[in-house]
Design a protein around this ligand. Structure first.
Ligand code: NAD
Length: 512
């Protein structure tokens, strides 16, 4: 299929949800490297969003009735479709988000792996099971199951336009929900492509995954459209607005927000490996990674060696939009302004850029900052650019203290050769996820939950927790036989309460 045909396909796919409802306003998505138009998409208004959610509600019933096996089969067809068209989708991600083709392939691979895990583990995690009824209800059978919520609204960012929303979409679908997805206004073509792929791969329940496109107002309309839950991934300020809109209808929310993740390098660490991981964690995807490494705290004895190893590696990196470039441009022009402000603040408050510190249009040079005070915006706020602050600390304990001194708490990394020490530091790191002797690895383990604490949000995608996040727990008891004395009846004899108190005394009274 030619490029022009592909673009027509994605644009038509987004319009597919709206041509049944008149919306005239449109917006363009552009290639951040060249400014070329990638596609033109409808701005879905509140009525169009509501209609889409209603169509999804009808599909949700059919989707839920398919059961775990029927859904697993169809989720497999979807991932098969994505895998067969991997390069086509990667090309679209490259053009619309700016990241290198190889990084787009990696991102899509992760999303496919999560789809496979969610489909394969939904029954075991959510299916009906019997639980012990306990002493007081010994004559009853007790059942637990996790039921779908109906329609889940997903609002996504632009930095990982496939992997990030799929963390909610795959798990919500596997749990038996239909999904209405509002991609970022910076990556609507990728969102529309994902929905068009669903329609093609799962034609019998095509409306179980639909896309609405537009700006923040479209997202706000989705919050108010009667969805069973709203899964939001984006910045903390927008997260607050989403929560406020959802509060109007008591719609529950999942918040996957930003971070200011740190790496701790202990004095016994493999310094070269730590440097290599820090550079990837900070610079890949132009630093536009929620779980990217933005700060490194290095034990004094290995600080100089670590800085030298990082510097050597960063010198070899070049931003660009060609296949050999290490990373692409900032996807969003305004993000370059944030990076510039953080660089200015870092250098004017005593820090120095040993490498980089410059911007060329949307391309930010890979930047290594030393001696930046902890009060600087470059240390306190999410930068979301290819920058890294490296700070010398007394030891790993001080590193942990500084790591945790942030309002964010998404993820982080620890480098140490001592397993016990590294695990202890990882446990005490105030974050939802930590990698030991690597960066970002937890995101590629589908069985592990993903989510933050504090300003990084709450709730979890991925793993069993991620499946349960998109369900409601349902409890059922069934009386198997009646007891001669029913304590929850006005017919109970007066002595029954005393007898119960005596039993409790025997069973629990001995514990002090
Ligand atoms: P953003 O908050 O600007 O936008 C996110 C989405 O919210 C977009 O689709 C946008 O259109 C929509 N939106 C904007 N205003 C809205 C409103 N009032 N109501 C409803 N929806 C609204 O974030 P972004 O710039 O697209 O993404 C970058 C941020 O996302 C960073 O902070 C990054 O750390 C975070 N992020 C977090 C995770 C995670 O899993 N924790 C993953 C990726 C990105």
């Amino acid at each position: 299929m030619s490029l022009a045909e592909q673009l027509d396909t994605v644009t038509d796919a987004a319009a597919g949800t709206v041509d049944r409802h008149a919306t005239t306003e449109t917006f363009e998505s552009t290639n951040p490297a060249s400014g070329a138009v990638v596609g033109v998409f409808p701005v879905h208004d509140a009525d169009a969003v509501r209609e889409t959610v209603e169509r999804a509600r009808a599909a949700a019933q059919r989707w839920a009735e398919l059961g775990f096996d029927g859904r697993r089969e169809r989720l497999a067809a979807y991932r098969g479709y994505l895998a067969r068209r991997m390069h086509e989708l990667a090309d679209l991600v490259h053009r619309e988000n700016g990241k290198p083709h190889a990084d787009a392939i990696l991102e899509i691979t992760l999303a496919i792996d999560h789809l496979a895990w969610a489909g394969a583990h939904a029954r075991k995690t959510l299916g009906p099971r019997r639980v012990r009824a306990g002493m007081l209800a010994a004559n009853h059978a007790a059942y637990l199951e996790y039921q779908p919520l109906g329609v889940v609204g997903v609002i996504g960012p632009w930095n990982y336009p496939v992997f990030t929303p799929m963390g909610s979409i795959a798990y919500a679908l596997a749990a038996g929900n239909a999904v209405v997805f509002k991609p970022s206004e910076h990556t609507p073509a990728v969102g529309a492509w994902l929905a068009a792929a669903w329609r093609a791969a799962v034609p019998d329940v095509a409306d179980a995954l639909q896309v609405v496109t537009g700006y923040g107002e479209t997202g706000a309309a989705l919050c108010r459209a009667g969805v069973g839950k709203l899964a939001f991934t984006g910045s903390a300020p927008t997260g607050r607005k989403v929560m406020a809109a959802c509060a109007e209808t008591l719609t529950p929310v999942l918040m996957e927000l930003g971070g200011k993740d740190a790496m701790i390098v202990d004095d016994d660490a493999d310094v070269a490996a730590a440097a290599d991981a820090a550079v990837w964690g900070a610079m890949s995807n132009a630093g536009q990674t929620c779980i990217g490494i933005e700060r490194v705290y290095v034990s004094s004895p290995v600080y100089d060696r670590f800085v030298a190893e990082v510097t050597e590696r960063v010198q070899g990196l070049r931003p660009g939009s060609d296949d050999e470039a290490a990373y692409g441009p900032m996807t969003m022009a305004s993000q370059a302004d944030v990076v510039r402000r953080h660089l200015d603040d870092a250098t004017s408050s005593g820090g120095r850029a040993v490498l980089g510190g410059t911007l060329d249009g949307g391309f930010v040079a890979p930047t290594v900052l030393l001696d930046v005070p902890e009060s600087s915006a470059a240390v306190r706020e999410e930068t979301f650019g290819p920058t890294l602050t490296i700070t010398r600390v007394r030891d790993a304990e001080e590193a942990l203290e500084r790591t945790n001194a942030t309002s964010y708490g998404l993820a982080g990394a620890v480098f140490s050769r001592s397993r016990a020490r590294a695990m202890d530091l990882a446990r005490r790191m105030r974050s939802g996820m930590t990698s030991v002797n690597s960066v970002l690895t937890f995101a590629s383990v589908p069985a592990l939950p993903f989510g933050g604490v504090g300003e990084s949000g709450f709730g979890r995608i991925h793993g069993e927790d991620g499946l349960k996040e998109f369900t409601r727990a349902k409890a059922i008891t069934r009386q198997r036989y009646a007891l001669p004395v029913n304590l929850m009846s006005f017919t109970r004899p007066p002595a029954a309460a005393d007898a119960l108190a005596r039993v409790m005394g025997v069973v629990h009274g001995r514990h002090r």
